[in-house]
Write a protein that binds this ligand. Structure first.
Ligand code: MG
Length: 374
């Protein structure tokens, strides 16, 4: 009975998970994270779950949990029903025939199919991805756009507790000169004890980047993420060539084709891969493989996933040989409520692969009920 792999039900549940503190981006702030859970059930009675999530709304890439719910229910579910969860390539090809973009929504479905498929076989998801290249991954902590003293205090607290050893600061919320001065203060305070990286979230233009970023490198910032808009790959290449520190591509990198273009133009030194923005586990593996072949390491980035999406990203990051630049899979640590019956295992600055079939995580039904949006 459990070996009937045909999908007989697709269900979505929208929740708002409260955060421990507001998280500030250049263009958005969030104090709860909206999450769309997509449940894919087989006729054999096995249910897989995937997560649709974006950082604080549609500003990042145009999708939101509300658009994902509509796209999954109205357009994807009819394609999925009656199909086998292990027929992934053809199902996702057919989904692509119905929906052109919407990679975040597709990722939720693709991960749910992997979870259900792996559970049917009684194996972890990473087994379907080739097995672990590693069993844990370092986790960087993200700091918001608040004043220097506020973020330094938060960073020192994390360091003292032995939780994180590198920090990524969000930039782009204020005038570039003031923002650079703020980051230089933070870098000076943390010099010698922690690595400091910055993420512009595509907020600056080419010239602002060429003028101001070298001063961050001088101050000891070790990496710069996506200073210019995603489409401006040529400008990103110029900035990469001009800076003595690595540049990471995030908004510029969603598809394997983007990865090829970035590699060919030497527009970035590191690939930020999110299973969410990239449309799921398979495309994420493809992108990491293109990076590895071009000498560009992959970093497991986040859309601030709850533990379900974080587990999916962890299975990818552990199964991708090229994911050698660590991660920022801190989403569950930012959340004030534990959504799982057994929490993910963070220890020694790393997130460790769970054991058990599928993603290896179980949502707590009480929490699902408590935070469900009506
Ligand atoms: Mg980013």
């Amino acid at each position: 009975m459990t070996d009937d792999l045909r999908i007989d039900r697709v269900e979505t549940v929208l929740v708002d998970v409260p955060l421990r503190r507001p998280h500030r981006f250049a263009r958005a702030v969030m104090d709860a994270q909206p999450v769309l859970y997509v449940f894919v059930r087989t006729a054999g009675g096995i249910t897989g779950v995937g997560e649709g999530v974006v950082p604080a709304g549609p500003w990042w890439g145009g999708e939101s949990v509300e658009t994902m719910q509509l796209v999954v229910e109205r357009y994807m579910a009819p394609v999925l029903l009656g199909r086998r969860v292990d027929d992934l390539h053809r199902v996702m090809r057919d989904v692509g025939d119905v929906i052109a973009a919407n990679l975040f929504a597709k990722a939720a479905v693709e991960v749910a199919m992997h979870d259900a498929w792996a559970r049917c076989l009684g194996v972890p998801v990473h087994t379907l991805l080739g097995g672990p290249a590693r069993t844990s991954i370092p986790v960087t902590w993200a700091l918001g756009t608040e004043p220097a003293q506020v973020v330094v205090e938060e960073a020192l607290g994390k360091l003292d507790a032995g939780l994180h050893h590198t920090f990524k600061l969000k930039m782009g919320a204020q005038d570039p000169a003031a923002d650079v001065a703020r980051i230089r203060t933070v870098a000076e305070k943390l010099a010698g004890v922690a690595g400091v990286r910055v993420d512009l979230n595509a907020r600056w233009d080419r010239l602002t980047s060429l003028i101001h970023l070298p001063r961050l490198a001088e101050a000891g910032v070790e990496m710069v993420e996506q200073p210019v808009p995603g489409a401006e790959i040529e400008a990103l290449a110029e900035i990469s060539a001009a800076l003595p520190i690595p540049v990471m591509a995030d908004e510029s990198l969603r598809t394997p084709s983007d990865a090829v273009r970035l590699a060919r133009l030497r527009a970035a030194d590191i690939f930020a891969v999110k299973t969410t923005k990239c449309g799921g586990l398979r495309a994420s593996l493809d992108i990491a493989a293109i990076g590895a072949a071009a000498g560009l390491p992959t970093y497991a980035a986040t859309s601030i996933e709850s533990p379900v999406g974080t587990a999916a990203s962890l299975h990818f990051a552990c199964a991708a040989p090229g994911a050698t630049w660590g991660s920022e899979l801190f989403g569950p640590l930012l959340m004030a409520e534990e959504m799982l019956t057994t929490p993910l295992h963070y220890a020694g600055g790393h997130l460790h692969l769970p054991s058990g079939p599928g993603l290896g995580v179980e949502l707590d039904p009480d929490k699902l009920r408590a935070f469900r949006r009506d």
